[in-house]
Design a protein around this ligand. Structure first.
Ligand SMILES: [Zn+2]
Length: 317
């Protein structure tokens, strides 16, 4: 077989989801088909270079397994990200040597392909919107995980804001008297994060804070304290979404993260709140659970890389 007879090699884009404990990856063909997936432990305590080594190794492994050439890599990473340079601006203490780390440059030098980096919640929202309804141009995203993150798409584009912090709905005030992880008081996160659900339940019944999943099991078994904790989370979430939707005329909020798996427990308070606190536009606000599960961040990262490649190609012609 000569090179002339060899069909053009298939190409694909890898999306990488970098968290504090795990780095997950998906390889997607140009037609949008997932060809390979995998994950490796995140060496967050060893610094940015070790994280970049692990992420690059995962991308190479996925490409080799699917036998495709990589054309680009997209990354959704925890922390405040400068999406234009792909540098991490700020990060939690879990990540050693992460704030200031030039993640896109580090990956480009290891993989020799263009790399785009987004904040993981931004990537989550882009993934959800791109996968399910490309006609949706104005949407709020909320991630109920260890903390509460947010993102906003306006006119079909992620809105980053001058400091990369647009959409951070988890740290909007007025929902409780509890101290937030950020040190301020009353933020949405103090009622709606997985950590807070565990703490609020422990305050009612005593004992150590439980995992939110365990509190959800108690609620489903009829525990009124657990039900009340989820009701408070659902109501605060809906009020925060209604405020954002009113301010920006957003018809839809997509809610993901681990806590959203307890949608059956959140939904009654969400629906009740939306009946009394709807946007002034008169149009109903929809608040729905995310549908991609754990793949959303990686798929959104791929969408970020794909959009950047289109821009580069357009610039060449
Ligand atoms: Zn806060």
């Amino acid at each position: 077989m000569t090179g002339i007879d060899t069909p053009a090699a298939a190409t694909g884009i890898v999306g990488i989801d970098i968290g504090g404990t795990k780095i997950g990856g998906l390889l997607v063909s140009d037609a949008g088909v997932v060809l390979a997936r995998g994950s490796v432990p995140a060496p967050a305590s060893l610094g940015g270079a070790a994280m970049a080594d692990a992420a690059a190794g995962l991308a190479r492994d996925l490409a080799a397994r699917a036998d495709v050439y990589l054309t680009a890599v997209g990354v959704g990473a925890a922390g405040v990200i400068d999406h234009e340079t792909g540098t991490v601006r700020a990060a939690s203490a879990t990540f050693v040597d992460w704030a200031g780390f030039p993640l896109a440059d580090a990956l480009e030098s290891r993989l020799s392909v263009p790399v785009r980096v987004e904040n993981d919640v931004n990537a989550f929202l882009l993934g959800e919107v791109a996968a399910h309804d490309r006609s949706e141009h104005d949407v709020l995203g909320v991630m109920l995980g260890t903390g509460v993150g947010g993102a906003v798409i306006i006119d079909g584009e992620l809105r980053h804001g001058p400091h990369g912090a647009a959409g951070e709905i988890g740290h909007t005030p007025g929902y409780s008297d509890h101290v937030c992880t950020c040190g301020q008081t009353g933020h949405l996160e103090t009622l709606a994060s997985g950590t807070s659900i565990g703490r609020r339940y422990a305050e009612r019944v005593g004992g150590a804070a439980l995992d939110a999943r365990v509190v959800a099991e108690h609620a489903r078994a009829g525990d009124q304290h657990a039900i009340a904790v989820f009701r408070a989370a659902g109501r605060a979430l809906a009020l925060a979404c209604a405020s954002a939707a009113t301010l920006l005329d957003l018809p839809h909020a997509i809610v993901g993260g681990g806590v959203s798996s307890a949608w059956d427990l959140l939904e009654p308070a969400i629906e009740e709140t939306l009946r009394t606190d709807s946007p002034v536009s008169g149009l109903p606000l929809r608040i729905t659970p995310a549908r991609l599960g754990g793949d959303a961040v990686a798929l959104g990262a791929i969408e970020t890389a794909r959009r950047a490649l289109v821009l580069v190609d357009a610039g060449r012609t």
